[in-house]
Design a protein around this ligand. Structure first.
Ligand SMILES: [Zn+2]
Ligand SMILES: [Zn+2]
Ligand SMILES: [Zn+2]
Length: 167
């Protein structure tokens, strides 16, 4: 069965349109059709601050698109990770988590604080000055040393959150 992305969707979905239209362009730019499954997964990921597992994503997709199965969600996630649209994380709890990659201008760039006690993941964007300075210096040094043009980075700090430290 062919499921081609349909432009004439109901008004319910239009609020999502702007948020990730660049993703759709990238999917198509890589030679893939926008399918219902791909569209649904991108919708879920562009409307959350959480770092969802494939099962979490499936549950949410299922509410709106009952025809999309878990296998299809897995396959879609693999594809989106491969073309760089979605980041796949292993936060150390044995479950892969997914998050939409940043937009073209890196507007949503953030770092992670990962609590190894409760699994909580904090997205932070209000970087401390020292961090910004250190990263800038590090990137410059690495670029020079390895003659490598750095375009992005992923930063994760592991530890215990306030709640877990009290116990
Ligand atoms: Zn950063
Ligand atoms: Zn914690
Ligand atoms: Zn994040």
């Amino acid at each position: 069965m062919k499921m081609v992305f349909n432009n004439n969707r109901g008004p319910m979905k239009t609020e999502f349109e702007k948020g990730h239209h660049w993703c759709r362009h990238r999917v198509k730019g890589c030679g893939f059709r926008m399918t219902i499954g791909r569209d649904a997964v991108l919708d879920v990921l562009s409307n959350t601050e959480d770092h969802l597992s494939a099962e979490d994503i499936y549950m949410r997709v299922h509410e709106t698109y009952p025809s999309v199965g878990l296998t299809s969600v897995y396959r879609t996630l693999d594809l989106l990770v491969n073309i760089g649209l979605v980041y796949k994380f292993d936060f150390g709890d044995g479950r892969a988590r997914y998050e939409l990659a940043e937009g073209p201008r890196g507007k949503d760039h953030h770092h992670h604080l990962v609590c190894t006690g409760c699994g909580r993941i904090v997205n932070y964007r209000d970087f401390i000055d020292e961090e910004v300075a250190l990263l800038k210096k590090t990137e410059e040094g690495l670029s020079k040393k390895y003659n490598f043009a750095i375009t992005n980075h992923l930063i994760q700090f592991y530890g215990l959150c306030e709640g877990c430290r009290k116990q």
